[in-house]
Design a protein around this ligand. Structure first.
Ligand code: HEC
Ligand code: HEC
Length: 278
C-alpha cells in the first residue's frame, strides 16, 4: 500500500514538472524560433526520423511506373529547372538566396535515391513536407508530371554540371500539365477544402475547417452560404462564386482580393466546400 502511494506521488510530481517545463518553453519566449538558430542535433534527428517514417508509411502502396524513359526524363528536366532548382540546386547550380537561408535547408537532391525509393520522392513532391518549407505540388503538377520529375531526380547522380546544363537547355519549355486540365465535373467538397488551403485562401480569410492564424484581411467565410451577395456585389450562386474566386477584379475593379490564379476545376471544388458553410 505504502509503495503504491509512493509510486503515484512520484509519477504525479514528474508529470507536473514536465508540464511546468513545457509551459515555461511555450510562454517564456526562451525558445529561439529564428531560422538562423540551428536545431540541436537530437531535435533535428527526432524531426528527421519522424518525417522519414511518415513518408515511408504513406508511400508504401504507391505503384511506380516505368521511369527509365528518355522523353519522360527530358520533360522532368524542364519541370525541375522551373520548380525545384531555386531551393534544391542541381549539379553545378547553387540554390537561390531563399533556398540557402531556409531552415531546414533544402539539400541537393543528387543523393535523394540513397535515402528514398522513387515512390517516396513522388509522395514528398506531391504532398510537400509540413513545417519545413517543402511545397506540395499536387495542385500545380498532374500525376504524369510528378513522375516525370521523379524520373529526372533519379538521374541526377549521373549528371555532370555540363550534362545538367545541356539537358535543361535542350528540354525547352516545361510541359503544361496542370491537374486543372482535367475535364470538368460536379464540385467535390473534400477536394475543395484541400484546394482552399493549397491556394492560401486562409492567409487572408478565417475559414471554418481550415487551420490558420485567424486573419482578418478578408471577411471571415463562416456563414457564406447564407449570404445573399458575394462581396456585396454578386448574387450568391455557385457560378458567381466561381467567377469571383477566379477573377475578383472583373467583378469589383477596386477590390483588395487578388487574382489567386485558381483554375476553373479548383474554383468549382472550392465553391462546393464554401456552400457547406451555413
Ligand atoms: C521553396 C523551396 C522548395 C522548393 C521550390 C522545392 N523544395 Fe523540396 N524541399 C524543401 C525543403 C525545405 C525540404 C526539407 C528539407 C529537410 O527536411 O531536410 C525539401 C525536401 C525535399 C525532398 C526530401 C529531401 C531529402 O533528401 O530528404 C525531396 C525529394 C524534394 N524536396 C523534392 C522536391 C522537388 C522534386 C521539387 C520541385 C518539384 C522541390 N522539392 C521543390 C524546399 C523546397
Ligand atoms: C490577400 C488577401 C486575400 C486572399 C489571399 C484571398 N482573399 Fe478573398 N477576399 C479578400 C478581401 C479583401 C475580400 C473583400 C473584397 C471586397 O468586398 O472587395 C475578399 C472577399 C472574398 C469573398 C467574398 C466574401 C463575402 O463575404 O462576400 C470570397 C467568397 C472570397 N474572398 C474567397 C476567397 C478564396 C476562395 C480565396 C483563395 C483562392 C481568397 N478569397 C483569397 C482578400 C483575400
Amino acid at each position: 500500500m505504502k509503495n503504491t502511494t509512493l509510486v503515484l506521488t512520484t509519477v504525479t510530481a514528474l508529470l507536473g514538472a514536465a508540464l511546468a517545463g513545457a509551459g515555461f518553453v511555450v510562454y517564456s519566449g526562451v525558445y529561439n524560433v529564428g531560422a538562423t538558430a540551428q536545431h540541436l542535433q537530437p531535435v533535428h534527428s527526432l524531426l528527421e526520423t519522424t518525417m522519414r517514417n511518415s513518408v515511408r508509411w504513406r508511400a508504401r502502396h504507391i505503384e511506380t511506373p516505368a521511369l527509365d524513359d528518355a522523353p519522360r526524363r527530358q520533360r522532368g528536366a524542364a519541370l525541375y529547372r522551373d520548380h525545384c532548382v531555386q531551393c534544391h540546386g542541381a549539379p553545378g547550380v547553387a540554390q537561390s538566396d531563399i533556398g540557402k537561408s531556409m531552415q531546414p535547408v533544402p539539400g541537393p537532391l543528387v543523393d535523394a535515391l540513397q535515402r528514398w525509393r522513387p515512390r517516396e520522392i513522388y509522395w514528398i513532391t506531391r504532398h510537400g513536407i509540413k513545417m519545413s518549407g517543402m511545397p506540395a505540388w499536387q495542385f500545380r503538377l498532374d500525376d504524369e508530371a510528378l513522375w516525370d520529375v521523379v524520373a529526372f531526380v533519379a538521374t541526377l547522380p549521373t549528371l555532370s554540371p555540363q550534362a545538367y546544363a545541356q539537358m535543361t537547355q535542350a528540354a525547352g519549355a516545361a510541359p503544361q500539365r496542370s491537374p486543372a486540365a482535367a475535364p470538368l465535373r460536379a464540385g467535390d467538397v473534400e477536394r475543395g477544402k484541400l484546394a482552399l488551403g493549397q491556394y492560401a485562401c486562409q492567409a487572408c480569410h478565417t475559414i471554418p475547417g481550415i487551420t490558420s492564424a485567424l486573419p482578418n484581411v478578408g471577411p471571415p467565410l463562416q456563414g457564406l452560404a447564407s449570404r445573399s451577395l458575394i462581396a456585396g456585389k454578386l448574387v450568391n450562386t455557385p457560378d458567381n462564386l466561381v467567377l469571383w474566386v477566379r477573377d475578383p477584379k472583373a467583378v469589383k475593379p477596386q477590390t483588395a482580393m487578388p487574382d489567386m490564379g485558381v483554375s476553373e476545376l479548383d474554383a468549382r471544388d472550392m465553391a462546393a466546400y464554401l456552400a457547406t458553410l451555413r
